[in-house]
Write a protein that binds this ligand. Structure first.
Ligand SMILES: CSC[C@@H](O)[C@@H](O)C(=O)COP(=O)(O)O
Ligand SMILES: [Zn+2]
Length: 220
């Protein structure tokens, strides 16, 4: 279990949050959303200064162990001792946490991969008319429209993090709900792990509905 020597964090808090993220990995693996080493998860441990508990890079998310987590600062620099590297996409987590997310979850489902590959040409995916939309934070009616932005999968995480920072700070039309990386997967977040899990479950449900609709009716 990683702990920072100068941190007032209690081992108990780290243990509890680690267990919750391990359970996310098991559940998401079971659902086919976090197969193999895909996905990464984080939760805010402290706000000031920012400290995140995060999955280390390259581990099987269906079988995470407590010693496969790291603690990073707001620049995604490692605070915990040991040889582990933070997730390759750690800067996306820190950017989202700086804008208020309490937990960030990234998944790699088949529908998210296929839809994001197709809809990246439109810059995003518009979803409306489904009751399940009300499961997303801040949505009260099925008639609401969720716009899930899609970014090319450039592998340049620092540039994407800067773009996400700009979109989250856009006062007139901020990024909401989550975003997709084309041919890659979903990033979403919530005030805590439970809230972020709900976002994953609702969005992954909606992605499946949209792909099934295409298969059955030949249209999105
Ligand atoms: C199948 S690995 C995919 C990775 O490149 C990445 O996208 C991912 O989700 C996991 O990377 P990680 O560095 O383990 O956090
Ligand atoms: Zn990924």
């Amino acid at each position: 279990m990683p702990t920072s020597p100068d941190s007032p964090l209690t081992r108990q808090k780290v243990n509890l949050l680690t267990r919750e993220l391990i359970q996310c990995g098991r559940d998401f693996h079971h659902r086919g959303w976090s197969l193999g080493t895909s996905s990464n998860y984080s939760v805010v441990l402290e706000r000031d200064p920012l400290k995140l508990l995060m999955t280390g890079s390259g581990f099987d998310k269906g079988q995470l162990l407590p010693e496969q987590f790291v603690i990073v600062d707001e620049q995604a620099q490692l605070l915990s001792p040991g040889p582990l590297k933070p997730s390759a996409e750690a800067l996306l987590h820190t950017e989202l946490a700086k804008h208020g997310a309490g937990a960030v979850l990234h998944t790699h489902s088949v529908p998210a991969t296929v839809l994001s590959e197709y809809f990246v040409r439109h810059g995003g995916l518009r979803i409306t008319g489904y009751e399940m939309l009300k499961g997303l934070s801040g949505i009260q009616t099925h008639e609401a429209e969720a716009w899930i932005e899609i970014y090319p999968n450039t592998q340049d995480i620092a540039s994407l993090a800067a773009e996400i920072n700009q979109r989250l700070g856009d006062r007139s039309n901020p990024l909401r709900h989550g975003f997709l990386m084309a041919g890659h997967g979903l990033y979403t977040w919530g005030e805590n792990i439970a809230a972020a899990r709900r976002q994953v479950e609702v969005l992954e449900f909606l992605f499946e509905v949209v792909t099934q609709k295409r298969l059955l009716f030949g249209s999105f």
